[in-house]
Design a protein around this ligand. Sequence first.
Ligand SMILES: [Mg+2]
Length: 236
Amino acid sequence: MTSKLPSAIFFDLDDTIVAYDGNVRPIWQTLSDAYAAKTKAVDANVLFQQIMEISRWYWGDIERHKTGRQDMKKARREIVRTTFGKLDLDTTDADSLADEYSKRRREEIELFPQARETLEEFQNANVRMALISNGEAALQREKLTRFELEKYFDLILLEGELGFGKPEHRVFRLALDKMSLNAADVWMVGDSLTYDISPANELGIYTVWNDWKKKGLPPDCGAKPDRIVNSIHELL
Ligand SMILES: [Mg+2]
């Protein structure tokens, strides 16, 4: 454990504590293969690539992202329907394919290795912790319950419960206020430069970027994390 610990740490959930996005491509690849084999209506790889392209388009827009993440099931249905439309496929099966994807994404979420030990060590060192997570309340609560994570946090702020979330400053300010903290005494740890790092940085919070993909900072990204780690365990 490093000697200089903060009073508190704000953690993001997805791809910071739980592994989430790493399953996207393998699951879509599997489902595209199965759909192509069953229907013979399209080449599996063409379907897979088109789903990836439409997903990037869908989630690439900050306003659409905001609406979509409040109802992931609906968002994924829209992505698959749009894909099927582009490929001139019969849309009868689009929703069931999207729903199967949602089911598998939920099933395949797991804790990052040593994530629990990391949270436990901080708790033992009396570092207070808050969780600040975007997305649907039910889905996020399900993850917290399933991995028994609630007990580590003094405060849990979920966008789906609050009606607002990252990257808005007010969610970070709310956490600081509720825990009576100064920004200078806090770390924000998250994987998103846009949603976690930049806004926290602007508020004077020490920012730690979880570069779990080990890709390094993209050139000209504008975000300036104070520290970069490949897993939260490195914080100890
Ligand atoms: Mg995240």
